[in-house]
Design a protein around this ligand. Structure first.
Ligand code: GLP
Length: 245
């Protein structure tokens, strides 16, 4: 934390440069997972910065989930998430996926409403003017770790009351009518925007997988159109390949 090391992390305000230096120390393994970083007073002294500047840099990394502040004992490097291996050939729900790994899952609701469909929802779900769609946007959490943001659109007639969904969406659909038995999924690479990064507790711009799922009921009728962002540092998608016939 020498002043010239901080200065070399430019451009931008001093707190940003210090934040970059801290990030580098964490990413480079100089300060390992679970280890404490020096106290804010020590960093301020070493780097010849004001306490306010140091606090701001540390605060940012706490907000991003890279550092954890424990009152009375210091600030520590957060453990990185264990990667989840996710099959690309099985149609499962998030709740089931996590349960199979012995993890509890929960969701924070970001939106839960019955609305008029957007043009893309109309197209994918085969809706007409006057039809409604139930929108459920959730932050999906496994244990304590935010894993994904999912924005599900369900044809209104299959789920007229999205407020009734408390846990698994697929369980709720099964109770009401039927759960999907087939789906197509498209995966592409994305970088997280500011809002997504805050929710997923990672730095803005971090890598993510953008996943679109369209799923179908036993009779072949489409029921779900879900757009999600999954943390790039938390998922490995795995598929079994066969030689073409
Ligand atoms: C997965 C899929 C989503 C689906 C969700 C249902 O995460 N990517 O398309 O909506 O599972 O999960 P649950 O039943 O746990 O709400």
């Amino acid at each position: 934390f020498k002043p010239d090391r901080v200065a070399a992390m430019g451009p931008g305000p001093l707190y940003l440069r210090l934040r970059r230096l801290l990030e580098e120390a964490i990413t480079g393994g100089l300060i390992g997972e679970g280890e404490a970083i020096p106290t804010e007073r020590d960093i301020a002294e070493l780097a010849d910065l004001s306490r306010v500047t140091v606090r701001r840099a540390v605060d940012d990394l706490v907000k991003q989930g890279r550092l954890i502040r424990r009152h009375g004992s210091g600030t520590f490097v957060a453990p990185s998430v264990a990667r989840v291996e996710q099959s690309l050939s099985l149609l499962t729900s998030f709740t089931e996926d996590m349960a199979r790994r012995g993890l509890s899952s929960r969701s924070e609701w970001l939106e839960r409403a019955v609305v008029a469909p957007s043009p893309d929802e109309m197209m994918v779900l085969g809706l007409s003017v006057g039809d409604m769609v139930s929108r459920l946007e959730r932050l999906r959490i496994a244990g304590d770790v935010p894993m994904a943001i999912e924005r599900a659109s369900i044809i209104g007639t299959y789920l007229p009351d999205p407020a009734s969904v408390s846990g698994s969406l697929y369980d709720a659909l099964e109770e009401r009518s039927a759960r999907p038995i087939r789906a197509t999924q498209r995966i592409s690479a994305r970088n997280l925007d500011e809002r997504e990064a805050v929710l997923l507790k990672v730095a803005p711009g971090e890598a993510a997988l953008y996943i679109e799922r369209v799923s179908y009921l036993p009779g072949g009728r489409v029921i779900e159109f879900t757009r999600s962002v999954y943390r790039g540092d938390a998922y490995d998608f795995v598929a079994e390949l066969k030689i073409p016939e």
